[in-house]
Design a protein around this ligand. Sequence first.
Ligand code: ATP
Length: 131
Amino acid sequence: MKTLDVSVVTPDGPVLEDQFDMVSCKAENGELGVLPGHIPMVAPLSISSVRLKQDDDSVKLAVNGGFLEVRPDKVTILAQSAENPAEIDVQRAEEAKKRAEQRLESQQENVDFQRAQLALKRAINRLDIAQ
Ligand code: ATP
């Protein structure tokens, strides 16, 4: 059976490089499933999970932004950050969530709400994937 050569890269370096049967992710305009032979494309990714299927197993990653690039039999995910469930520090994510919620609830003028909303999304995504 044909597989996809997948690599996941962040500014901190390569996270993963392996062969998979399918890549499922959430692009900014919807869910996306990539199988071998998929047409070449580039799509921006949302703060979400990427699932990499390999036989009866699958690997899940919490990704934060970035792009998915599909070339013939090669898929590259370039993300700002990408962690598997074991790498996620749950306490850190809970603290980040609390901080973001407090900022969003505060009426202070100096709070960057968009930034706080993104931080909240990252924390919730990590907590979902760590569970
Ligand atoms: P924090 O406020 O806790 O730093 P953040 O959402 O602002 O959270 P990011 O900017 O998304 O953090 O990530 C910065 C770096 O820290 C990345 O390398 C990311 O993989 C790592 N990181 C962030 N939060 C966690 C976590 N809860 N567990 C493991 N690694 C994390």
